[in-house]
Design a protein around this ligand. Structure first.
Ligand code: SAH
Length: 234
């Protein structure tokens, strides 16, 4: 069997929401690279690694790579370059390598940088699809994200209140990822559109999952990194 470097989507957080194919790829891997962050207290935390552990994969296979939280591009590039060297080394030794990402590995993930580099070097890669967080959120909140003639737009936290106005008037359901970056835009949108529905989710698929559609609550809270909102016309 050809030895692929495999990008494995882990799903939104609940270990059972990985695909069977993704799980098998983890079982067959010799090394599993998981993105991690460092807390203010200096601890390395990795949701990806936690999912892998919960799937009863041998702990010894897990290797974390710590990404800087803020947009320190230089620092991040160094981390990616080191990861790239490690992956290529293991691959050249004939080891099965997996690189993981939460949600779907091709949907707003930082590892696309590594993917592009490996692809450019014509190394054998493949990617296993996964459930993105907003799809899991829809299920958790009992929503039909789009129905009939509705359209869907997924935007990152760079959204502005004017942009949200435009989409809402155009029959779009709006999904905003990386919500912590656009708190004001969301609060303004709530004030401008009392007729719309706001479905706010935090930590979907984890023990800290939180969901509310209460405007007052959403309009007065700050948003952590693992949060998203789905805005629909009522
Ligand atoms: N690849 C991921 C997205 C990564 S971008 C996917 O397919 O879903 C990171 C953003 O995804 C976060 O800022 C947040 O908006 C969202 N996100 C990821 N996991 C989440 C979760 N469990 N609950 C709520 N939002 C989540």
């Amino acid at each position: 069997m050809a030895n692929f470097i495999c990008f494995v989507s882990l799903g939104p957080g609940e270990p059972e929401l990985i695909t069977l194919k993704g799980w098998k790829a983890l079982q067959q891997s010799d090394a599993i690279f998981c993105p991690a962050t460092r807390t203010k207290a200096g601890d390395v935390v990795s949701r990806a690694a936690e999912i892998v552990r919960a799937l009863q994969i041998d702990e010894k296979k897990i290797r974390t790579f710590v990404l800087p939280m803020r947009k320190e591009r230089e620092e991040a590039l160094q981390v990616y370059e080191q990861l790239l060297r490690d992956v290529k080394q293991l691959h050249s030794e004939g080891r099965q390598v997996a690189i993981t990402a939460e949600g779907d590995a091709g949907f707003y993930t930082s590892i696309q940088y590594i993917y592009g580099k490996l692809e450019a070097e014509q190394l054998p890669i493949r990617r296993i699809a996964g459930i993105p967080a907003f799809i899991a959120a829809g299920a958790a909140g009992g929503l039909h994200i789009v129905k009939q003639e509705e359209r869907l737009v997924v935007i990152p936290g760079t959204a502005t209140a004017d942009e949200l106005d435009k989409y809402l008037s155009g029959n779009y359901t709006i999904v905003i990822m990386k919500l912590s970056a656009c708190v004001d835009a969301v609060h303004q949108c709530i004030a401008r559109h009392p007729d719309a529905e706001f479905h706010y989710f935090e930590n979907v698929g984890t023990p800290n999952e939180y969901y509310t559609s209460d405007w007052d609550v959403i309009g007065n809270k700050s948003f952590p990194y693992f949060s998203l909102i789905i805005i629909q016309k009522a």
